[in-house]
Design a protein around this ligand. Structure first.
Ligand code: 2DT
Ligand code: MG
Length: 206
């Protein structure tokens, strides 16, 4: 049986990632494909609950330590991800290790390289869709929420880090377009992927 594809969405806040992830899963299910939505952080686990209280500012955690917890949250779900992919389920993932690196490296005194280390060897995405939104368009979509990191200075540093992390095979989607146009573009890219043979699942940053 053909394995499922690992499709990751990345981008700054207000880029429309969560909406587009949901729409993609819905459209794949409608076409009779097997697909499931995942997100990181996955806040329902024990580690995820700690991360949730950190993001909601109800708990402070040292910067390097919280980075390792975000990474641990991906590692704890690796067996489930591999199982589903092997069962032929395509996983559509809202944020992954790239967010992990981009956000932590936006802090003082933590390098991009240090940030990548704990995620080395995680399942390698078959496709990274980067939703690129201009700060003007993002601002028009309404104010930031109350969570840690939801501030324009931080988002600007995160955006720069995403640029440094970008690899040649990323699909950069102009997320200033209408929701429908973004969706169409994503569906084209994903249907190309689904028509290709997938190699054996790779390992991130190795
Ligand atoms: P959302 O639930 O709105 O996506 O916000 N983050 C995420 C990190 O700092 N490290 C990570 O590894 C990941 C996956 C980005 C989640 C916030 O958590 C940040 C925004
Ligand atoms: Mg958010």
């Amino acid at each position: 049986m053909r394995r499922g594809a690992l499709v990751v969405f990345e981008g700054c806040d207000r880029s429309g990632k969560s909406t587009q992830c949901k729409k993609l899963v819905e459209s794949m299910l409608e076409k009779g494909m097997k697909a499931e939505l995942m997100r990181f952080p996955e806040r329902s686990t024990v580690i995820g609950k700690l991360i949730d209280s950190y993001l909601k500012n109800s708990k402070d955690v040292q910067d390097n330590a919280i980075h390792l917890l975000f990474s641990a949250n991906r590692w704890e779900l690796k067996p489930e991800m591999e199982r589903k992919l092997n069962e032929g389920v395509t996983l559509v993932v809202d944020r992954y290790a790239y967010s992990g690196v981009a956000f932590t490296a936006a802090k003082e005194g933590i390098s991009l390289n240090w940030c990548k280390r704990p995620d080395v060897g995680l399942p390698l995405p078959d496709l990274v869709l980067f939703l690129k939104v201009s700060s003007e368009a993002a601002e028009k979509r309404g104010g930031f929420g109350e969570e840690r990191y939801e501030k324009s200075e931080i988002q600007a540093r995160v955006a720069k880090n995403f640029e440094k992390l970008q690899e040649n095979d990323w699909e950069i989607i102009n997320a200033d377009q209408s929701m429908e146009d973004v969706q169409k573009q994503i569906q084209n890219v994903v249907s190309n992927l689904m028509n290709q043979d997938l190699p054996e699942l790779g390992k991130l940053w190795t």
